[in-house]
Design a protein around this ligand. Sequence first.
Ligand code: HEM
Length: 553
Amino acid sequence: MAGGAPQNLWSQPSRTSNVFTTICLKMAVLSIFNLAFAGIVLPLVLLIAKYAIASRRPKNFPPGPPGLPVIGNLHHLPMRKGFLKQHEWTKEYGSIIGLKLGPLNAVVLNSHRHVSELFDKRGAIYSGRPENYVGGELICPNEIHILLAQYGAGWRTLRKSIQGLLNASAVDALHPIQTAEATQTMCQLLDDPAGYYDHIRRYSTAVILASVFGQRGESFQSPKVQALYHAQDRFTAILEPGATPPVDAFPFLKATPEFLSPWRKEAKEIRQEQSSLYFKLLDETRDRIQKGISIPCFMEKLMDDQEKIGSSDEQVAYLGGTLMEAGSDTTSSTLLMFVLAMTQNPEVLRKAQAEVDRICSSERSPTFDDIGQLEYLSACMNETLRWRPIAPGGIPHMLIQDDHYEGYFLPKGTILFANTWAIHMDESEYEQPDRFLPERFLHNKFGCKTEVTDKHRRTTYGFGAGRRVCSGQRLAENSLMLNIAKMVWLFDIKPTSATPLDVSMSSAFSDGFIVAPKKFPVEFVPRSDKRVQVIRDEYEKSEEFLGRFGKET
Ligand code: HEM
């Protein structure tokens, strides 16, 4: 035993020490767990609880498909062409649909009546824009982009400057530019009909380049035209739903580390690309003025007023840049919609040609002096804007204070979409809405089946509504009318494939918030040698005018 005592003695403290170590270890594990719980799990649980509560529909919110906790209806919305799904939902939920986009409240207005009531009549509170972290903070910070700017002093200043540039008399002073560029486009369609898509896209950019910056965009390959479309395509792609994580619905995602957010790098690059293009255009205008060369254009006017208004170089550069963005794709896509419609509706083309021929014969192509008399062509333009609107899902507005409408409660911050597609395809308003029937606008100013008594009714919702309605509508309509008139005067427009062309909104058009027809097989057949000669002569004369915009740089 004598030998055992020390062993026992020795072994006693040893057991104590083991227990102690075990306890310490357990405590350490527990505290790590507690720390982890307190630092990670608990905040996560609280965050989920917060979003689960926030994703519940507000009381008396418009009806819509039941959502899931946290994400609401996000999973219901297809990544592409969500407006088609929303149109389908009207059968089940009616013309005003409430959705939860995570914690955000969204309302889709599927009837012109709601758009008139809310955007037009209550414009003072329905003219905000939703938060847009990627577009409005990473790419265009400081409220420099009018389309994204919040409804407030900054937006008002931008809008006022743009209205000053795009008022009726300023826009009508651009007729010579539009005429010369449209004549060139007709010649390009004669010489290279297969390249029709790019020639039409060039037209709208060239008009803006000349009128805003006093510069020439001679071909679609011109560096400036290419640079604009490149930056614009990247910009619209990153703003598409699904291109970035839903950071506006779940702001904590903004904290995702840089290496896990390739979209952040893309956004920074787009910012860089856009701003260097817009500043280059500004600098070139400034250089020209300093050299004593004046080419009257919007930029020169803005620079003249810069000191008086107190606007920065960035504001001026982006004003010009955003006009280019807003006026390029939109006008050209609508013209392409018209060409597509003509491939399907030869009888409409014949009527349009007959009307133009009555006024111009084959001696000269139509001009702005004629378009006021072209009633059927005006109906064709309105029908194009109705049949395939280029912003079919609408550009979202945001409600800036709580409101009640038709017994529903709409909380401050609600995002509102005027579903232009659903409005223009409304069977209670339009006879056979999916058909291209310009005659509807001859029988009724609004193209509707019945008399319209609502004095706020718009002929088209393709330009939006309310205080954010498109500032360039007159400029765009002038371009559309002139090009449509010259095109039908000069060409027979025919599909080149024997099978009928796809004109379905779900498959024949690009995705994104601005859609365009995908390229389709079409031929432009000149109606006579005489007309070809006339348009070439007219182009020769306009080349001298276009020469004032100098050589491309
Ligand atoms: C067929 C051609 C065009 C169509 C279909 C079109 C359509 C639209 C639409 C749907 C909006 C949003 C309206 C809203 O929020 O309710 C808009 C805004 C705007 N458009 Fe156009 N647009 C066209 C051409 C142009 C042109 C040629 C310009 C100028 C060069 C222009 C300048 C603007 C501007 C500055 C805004 C922003 C208004 C704001 O947020 O206050 N657009 N356009």
